[in-house]
Design a protein around this ligand. Structure first.
Ligand code: 4AD
Ligand code: MG
Length: 444
């Protein structure tokens, strides 16, 4: 230890620190902060060190002649992402990136840092390869804060309405959304699948708890390389007994409106940092239109000159062209029964169609919710399963739910990353989740 190092008080990062945001709000007087070097620029005489923590960034100025020699020695060892604790005096300064500057008196390196591999203008693939480091970017930090608001809002929305959180198994013996996208897992000497949806288990639980929800990991072996599909994503699902299609659609609209309002209330700074057009989100107020699949085809034909034969599912391109005509989410009901999952019942008023719905987001973000009333007719369910190539015998436990006091019930699933991508205005869903999993990406 040199004499200089002993000549100043050791800076303890455990006590007396305030967050960067608190320092910015304080504007003047003494402050101690801790964080990571976001940017740095040094000359022989002074150094500008921009420090970030989870809350914001602040410029710190070190004047060589104002600090002990060992502080200056430490400054010379600083690189981007060095972690440190800094003490000094705050003052407002318009030239500083967040309007306040900390004149440094003392500084301690907590974790030294090699040259950080991420510099400006790197390719999306490079950033994905280095996701463990790129998470620290202001962009990813902002997205993750918004994601946290979104999932928090979902819990709050349902709990306020008397829903119980219900957790499903993740290993399952059955398909819910068709065999093609199942992930098979070795299970002792047998095999199971990773869950595609909590739904079948939720249908068992509503006859106990009546109103339930969850936010849980969901898996689909999607072979499509789109900007909307992940192999592992989080679905927020709800299921309620004594509920029919019109009522469950209203719950979905209320939920999405609430989520967007919560993000607007809590995350304006993050939306601005992402360059999101906030005025578009401010328009996300009910009423949200509800149209039928047939009406959607009519709009596509009349306004877009697109002929979609009745019975074909809407693809991304059709959804996008349809949504050009709306500024709020739109609910589309009554898709053709033929193309729908086995549990979606015929609409007695229009038996070619099912009592089901999707919610489409504006601005080309496509389907954010899929849901339906559930068939309570054992024969219809068995027929649907056979059509999907499933053996109804493997679903006996599920069919039991129709044998013992079944009631009308409905539910839906909201894709958390789809909603985050839309709210944040992201080009690709991969940025809506911390460590994306797709057909071509399973690390870091
Ligand atoms: O429309 P889906 O397939 O519906 C179900 O799974 C129902 N069993 C849900 C229910 O009724 N409880 O999926 C629901 C939502 C979609 O609207 C979409 O937002 C999201 O989950 N989703 C995906 N998100 C990211 N990557 C994928 N591969 C997704 N597949 C579905
Ligand atoms: Mg769907």
């Amino acid at each position: 230890m040199s004499q200089n190092e002993k000549s100043r008080p050791f800076l303890d990062w455990r006590s007396g620190v305030i967050s960067v945001q608190e320092a910015i709000e304080k504007k003047e007087g003494p402050a101690k902060i801790r964080g990571w070097v976001y940017r740095e620029r040094k000359s022989n005489k002074r150094a500008f060190i921009v420090v970030r923590d989870s809350t914001n960034i602040i410029q710190c100025l070190v004047e060589r002649e104002d600090v002990p020699e060992d502080v200056w020695n430490a400054v010379e060892k600083i690189h981007i992402e060095t972690s440190l604790v800094v003490e000094g005096t705050l003052k407002a300064d318009e030239r500083a990136p967040t309007g306040v500057e900390l004149a440094v008196k003392n500084l301690e390196i907590v974790g030294p840092c090699d040259i950080f591999p991420i510099t400006k203008d790197q390719s999306p693939e490079f950033l994905l390869d280095n996701r463990h480091l790129w998470l620290r970017s202001r962009r990813m930090t902002s997205i993750l804060k918004i994601r946290s608001t979104v999932t928090g809002a979902i819990h709050e929305f349902f709990r306020k309405r008397g829903y119980h959180e219900f957790t499903p198994p993740i290993f399952t013996p059955n398909a819910c959304e068709g065999g093609a996208t199942l992930f098979e897992v070795k299970y002792f000497d047998d095999k199971v699948y990773l869950t595609q949806s909590w739904q079948l288990y939720a249908e068992a639980a509503v006859f106990a708890l009546e109103k339930i929800y969850d936010v849980a990991p969901t898996f689909r072996a999607e072979r499509s390389k789109t900007s909307r599909h992940l192999a592992e994503f989080w679905m927020a699902e709800m299921e309620a007994a004594w509920m029919e299609l019109d009522e469950v659609v209203q719950v979905a609209k209320d939920e999405v409106e609430f989520i967007v309002q919560e993000v607007l209330r809590k995350n304006r700074a993050e939306l601005e940092l992402l360059g999101r057009d906030i005025s578009k989100l401010e328009k996300i107020k009910q009423p949200f239109p509800t149209i039928t699949y047939s009406e959607a085809l009519k709009i596509l034909k009349e306004k877009e000159g697109m002929e979609v034969p009745w019975g074909k599912d809407l693809r991304t391109i059709e959804e996008d062209r349809l949504m050009k005509h709306f500024e709020t989410p739109v609910v589309v009901t009554n898709y053709p029964k033929e193309t729908m999952a086995f549990y979606k019942p015929k609409d007695p008023k229009d038996p070619k169609t099912a009592l089901c719905f999707d919610m489409l987001a504006p601005e080309g973000y496509g389907e954010i919710i899929g849901g339906s009333q559930r068939s309570t007719d054992i024969e219809e369910l068995k027929e649907g399963l056979e059509k999907e190539g499933e053996n109804p015998e493997h679903y006996e436990w599920y069919l039991d739910l129709r044998r013992y006091g079944s009631v009308p019930h409905s539910g839906y699933g909201l894709g958390v990353e789809r909603v985050v991508a839309w709210i944040c205005g992201l080009d690709n869903i991969k940025d809506a989740i911390p460590f994306p999993r797709t057909m071509l990406r399973k690390s870091p």
